[in-house]
Design a protein around this ligand. Structure first.
Ligand code: SAH
Length: 214
């Protein structure tokens, strides 16, 4: 899977290739699913695990903000795959936090991570996953060098902007039917720069009730 993404130019970073080899996607997809196919997959509760090329793209966009010792937040952490990748990249001196609003997914993501190479980090506490509304971020471990949002927001939540460190970067899909993956940089003077990376299709960042209603 990683070689395929490298061959097609999706992965150019050695670090991202390494982390995606370290965290085995097979541990995070439903039993019997073809783990290494480059497509999103249903995980229940109207949620999906993102396609490997989207995980790779987001990891690369955030790579400079996932250095050892840095703080990373994964909103809508779903299966926990990307949260585990973040934890490996920021290491035991860093902090990787997942927030997911479906408690059952939080529980299963913790089980997935426990089987993965990120298990020691979960045990030591540099990696954690919490049930909650990710639109509020996770203030306890703020500010963050990196914020990833795994569901499409109608607009960028102010709480997430507030929890971004100067010099920090957020990657967030924005839109409804048509969505853009936005790269949001907080400059050292606190001003915000935003650019669109690519068109994407994510499940909505919404309330738990709205999501379960479909
Ligand atoms: N990166 C995850 C993506 C999961 S899909 C993965 O690859 O596994 C998006 C996730 O966002 C879903 O699990 C959904 O339940 C969650 N979500 C949607 N709105 C949310 C909200 N307001 N707060 C927290 N999680 C939310």
């Amino acid at each position: 899977m990683v070689e395929h993404l490298q061959r097609y130019g999706v992965i150019s970073s050695m670090k991202v290739a390494e982390v995606m080899e370290t965290i085995d996607r097979a541990l995070f997809v439903p039993d019997g699913a073809s783990a290494y196919a480059d497509s999103p997959m249903a995980i229940g509760y109207n949620a999906t695990i993102s396609a490997p090329h989207m995980h790779a793209t987001c990891l690369q966009l955030l790579e400079q903000n996932l250095q050892p010792g840095m703080h990373a937040l994964d909103v809508g952490s779903g299966t926990g795959y990307l949260t585990a990748c973040f934890a490996i990249m920021v290491g035991p001196q860093g902090r990787a936090v997942g927030v997911e609003h479906i408690p059952e997914l939080v529980a299963s993501s913790i089980k997935n991570i426990e089987k993965s190479a990120a298990a020691p980090l979960l045990k030591e506490g540099s990696l954690s996953v919490h049930a909650g509304d990710g639109r509020q971020g996770w203030p306890e471990c703020a500010p963050y060098d990196a914020i990833h949002v795994g569901a499409a927001a109608p607009e960028i939540p102010q709480a997430l902007l507030d929890q971004l460190k100067p010099g920090g970067r957020m990657v967030i899909p924005v839109g409804n039917m048509f969505q853009d993956l936005k790269v949001v940089d907080k400059n050292m003077d606190g001003s915000i720069s935003i650019r669109s990376e690519t068109s994407v299709r994510y499940v909505p960042l919404t309330s738990r009730d709205a999501q379960l209603r479909g």
